[in-house]
Ligand binder design. Structure first.
Ligand SMILES: *Cc1c(COP(=O)(O)O)cnc(C)c1O
Length: 402
């Protein structure tokens, strides 16, 4: 089987989706499954929809168009404010888009009018993380503008926290979003369908508060895919944290000194502050393995190696490893990707995808989820159907739009 490849356990993803949909429904909250880290992979999106997510969100118009092309008919939410240059395509393919700029809102309205469509608008509000969003004092005017454009439908308001400065959703900022929703409804005599509190970083708040106020929608990526909440990277009880494994193949195994020799300069990947790669303590002769997987495939800093293996370096095409046990040329090793590493691996044209219809073993709460995450390299031979070729389906490199 060819490497590098991302092994995707659809059974575990299905379990995560069913669990989160049920859990949040108890608090009156629906979910948009955010597919950007998996480039809208139709196999995953279909599982999410069957599990009951109400729509699919993605930040890239190209991915939304690819999902439409793959026959996904669910409502599609563009979660990044549209580029002015793309409004025509946004209106054609996305049901609703997140917005914060009046000029874009007017352009969307004009495009929708030309196409004889009605486009949904979710107004994003800045609540302190300082990425996208309308400052609260300006919200009423932009809502009024949107309401005055008949080819647009004001679907609601939303916020995004945690992504820029790691600002957490808390009782204060979520109460502010609820209050803004109430104020808009009272001012214009309308009822907003979506009060979209945020992303996976909101789950901790939701669990602690137990009182979501007006929040009735979250946009979730990391929690569904990796079973973790982003602010502390903690495993969410009852979810699988190991649905993805990035597999690479060893191409060289030799015993070499720990320290390089010769005069040192910068490397291609040195940053300006580090004059040269830091030298490690001299541990004498050590077994080193070279894996055919590099920065062109993944963010190496976001990989957790299998037990007994450590990553000592990475360049465009190689991961340099040391291991406590003997390695063999041709051997495959599996790594657990974090969100950034997953996003990069999915985006690399060199990384194949292999979807596995694994059996979704029910994780036994937080402890079990953490224990599983700490043994990422253990191939699940025998404990699920990872290695059963009859059940595996190799998905070709990417899917058409790269
Ligand atoms: C990426 C993103 C999300 C999903 O974030 P997760 O942390 O993966 O849940 C939600 N909303 C917006 C606007 C995003 O950009």
């Amino acid at each position: 089987m060819s490497a590098p490849r991302l092994e995707i356990d659809l059974g575990r993803l299905q379990h995560n989706a069913i669990t989160l949909v049920k859990r949040l429904a108890r608090q009156g909250i629906s979910i948009s499954g955010v597919s950007k880290a998996v480039l809208g992979l139709p196999e995953i999106v279909r599982i999410w929809l069957a599990a009951g997510v109400s729509s699919i969100g993605d930040s890239r118009l190209e991915t939304i168009e690819a999902m439409v092309g793959a026959g996904i008919t669910a409502p599609l939410l563009l979660i990044r404010t549209p580029m002015l240059s793309q409004v025509e395509r946004v209106v054609t393919h996305a049901t609703t888009s997140c917005n914060s700029e009046p000029v874009v809102i007017r352009a969307l309205a004009a495009a929708a009018l030309r196409q004889g469509r009605r486009h949904g608008v979710l107004l994003m509000v800045e609540l302190g993380d300082l990425r996208e969003g309308i400052l609260p004092p300006d919200l009423e005017a932009i809502a009024e503008l949107t309401l005055g454009l008949p080819s647009l439908q004001l679907m609601g308001i939303g916020s995004n926290l945690g992504c820029q400065h790691g600002v957490a959703a808390d009782a204060d900022n979520m109460a502010e979003l609820s209050a803004l929703a109430n104020a808009l409804e009272a001012r214009f005599g309308i009822s907003l369908e979506l009060i979209s509190g945020g992303n996976s970083a909101n789950l901790a708040w939701l669990e602690q508060s137990g009182a979501p106020g007006r929040i009735n929608h979250l946009r979730l990526g990391e929690a569904l895919l990796l079973g973790r909440e982003p602010l502390g990277r903690t495993a969410i009880p009852g979810l699988h944290t190991d649905a993805f494994k990035l597999v690479g193949e060893l191409i060289e195994v030799k015993t070499k000194p720990t320290r390089p020799w010769g005069r040192q300069g910068l490397t291609s990947f040195s940053n300006e502050n580090s004059r040269q790669p830091p030298l490690r303590a001299d541990r004498g002769l050590r077994q080193r393995g070279l894996l055919a997987l590099g920065i062109q495939d993944v963010d190496p800093a976001g990989l957790e190696p299998p037990p007994g293996v450590s990553i000592v370096g990475a360049s465009s095409d190689h991961l340099v490893l040391e291991a406590d046990h003997p390695l063999t040329v041709g051997e495959e090793l599996g790594f657990s990707p974090n969100y950034g590493a997953l996003l990069r691996a999915m985006t690399s044209p060199f990384v194949q995808r292999r979807c596995i219809d694994g059996e979704a073993k029910t994780p036994r709460g937080a402890a079990a989820a953490t224990a599983q995450a700490s043994r990422p390299g253990r191939t699940a031979r025998g404990d699920h159907k990872l290695n059963d070729p009859k059940r595996a389906e190799v998905i070709r490199i990417n899917h058409g739009f790269i």
